[in-house]
Design a protein around this ligand. Structure first.
Ligand code: ARG
Length: 417
């Protein structure tokens, strides 16, 4: 009798390797692995060999780089969404995509379950479980690492007993997740929020003090999507890869954050996201030129919502697709170029231009001759704009806290002689 099948999201690390055996031994599954290439798995060949050597009946690898950038990263960029105003959501964005790939392979392979290697303490377990539930409620979701009662030493022992090869690489003191959109690091000394991140936390970014001097980079957007770097048109994933290298070399994109996890705890995270940092700054600069004041203001609220629901694993929910429609509608006019200076850890906008810019020199100028702004209309505008406050004071008196403001008496006074 054939055993029920389970598709495991497989990274090639110790946890998911042990999980292959554990799913077989403890739950009686036939295990198929899925590894998503999101730009940061160095050697897919050895990952698949390892899956097969550990006992998987087949090992799938999917190059999902383009789809990741097109359908997850760039829409989130267009939304302007940063969790708690700083985290570009690299890890959070990858989860729904991997969940989708798991579901696809499960259907292809006639599997009854999917599995992932998340622990019971993080956000990622929630994201996987919720996303799989949204896409295929009929599938079981198994989380071996959450369910087994093993610490690191027991896990290594289990691996030895079950013939799972333990990677000989010296173990990183951190827990790291990386994809094209960024690198997330936690654990080890970082658990003390007062401890400065040691240099070995960083892999993509130079220390500001060691970074080379300034360089200007031009980024071109079409309808809110980055399409060219320094005038050279690039495919989305190539653009992100190149900008990661460039901005990272200049020390741009380090983020040290105490963040609120979905499961109710605060945790200290260090991120490296050079491309995402630069692109968010550049995109916002272009929007400041092309979007109306009220769209900009409302869109900030959408950005906050978007960030939260991505972080919380609700990518496949109705709210995200509805917000997506709104964001898309705003991006029609967001085309143009932005110049940004990378200099020892900073990325500073130094210029922006757009065919449909709302910035009108003849309205903005202080030059009397070319000025088209009607100064005399200001008087009437202010008369009506200030009317509610004058009415308030006349009828209700000045606000109580305006009166006792302790302002020093005139310090020095001279009268005309
Ligand atoms: N805290 C981030 C998030 O929830 C990153 C988690 C990264 N995972 C890891 N194994 N380091 O999106």
């Amino acid at each position: 009798m054939s055993r029920p099948r389970c598709v495991l999201a497989y990274s090639g690390g110790l946890d998911t390797s042990v999980a292959i055996r554990w799913l077989q031994e403890q739950l009686g599954y036939d295990v198929v692995t899925l590894t998503a290439d999101l730009g940061e798995t160095p050697d897919m060949e050895s990952v698949t060999s390892r899956a097969l050597a550990t006992g998987a009946r087949s090992a799938h690898v999917v190059n999902a780089r383009r789809v990741f950038v097109d359908h997850f990263c760039f829409p989130t960029l267009a939304a302007g969404a940063l969790y708690q105003n700083v985290y570009p959501l690299a890890t959070a964005l990858a989860r729904p995509l991997i969940a989708k790939l798991l579901v696809d392979v499960a259907r292809e392979e006639g599997a009854v379950a999917v599995a992932h290697g998340c622990t019971g303490k993080g956000n990622d377990q929630v994201r996987f479980d919720v996303a799989v539930g949204a896409l295929a409620p009929e599938l079981q979701v198994v989380a071996p690492v959450r369910d087994w009662d093993m610490g690191r030493p027991q896990e290594i022992e289990y691996a030895r007993q079950h013939g799972v090869e333990v990677p000989v690489t010296t173990e990183s003191p951190y827990s790291v997740d990386a994809n094209l959109w960024g690198r997330s690091v936690e654990c080890g000394v970082l658990e003390d929020p007062w401890a400065a991140p040691p240099p070995d936390v960083y892999a993509w970014t130079a220390a500001a003090a060691e970074a080379p001097g300034p360089v200007d980079v031009e980024i071109t957007f079409e309808h809110g999507v980055p399409v060219a770097l320094r005038g050279e048109a690039l495919e989305p994933d190539a653009l992100v890869t190149e900008l990661n290298a460039l901005a990272g070399a200049h020390g741009v994109g380090r983020i040290d954050h105490v963040e609120d996890r979905l499961v109710g705890i605060k945790s200290r995270e260090v991120y490296e996201a050079p491309a995402a940092t630069v692109l968010h700054a550049a995109h916002a600069a272009l929007e400041s030129l092309t979007l109306t004041r009220d769209v900009l203001r409302f869109k900030q609220r959408v950005a906050g919502e978007w960030a939260h629901l991505v972080y919380d694993g609700l990518w496949f929910g109705a709210l995200r697709t509805a917000l997506h429609e709104f964001v898309n509608a705003t991006q029609e006019v967001v085309s143009g170029d932005v110049r940004i200076r990378l200099n020892r850890g900073t990325a500073t906008i130094s210029g922006r231009r757009a065919p449909q810019s709302l910035y009108q020199p003849q309205l903005a100028t202080y030059d009397r001759v070319s000025d088209m702004f009607d100064h005399s209309a200001a008087r009437g505008f202010i008369e009506l704009f200030g009317l509610p406050l004058r009415t308030q004071t006349r009828v209700q008196g000045a606000l109580h806290d305006a009166v006792p403001l302790q302002v020093p008496k005139v310090v020095r006074r001279r009268d005309a002689s």
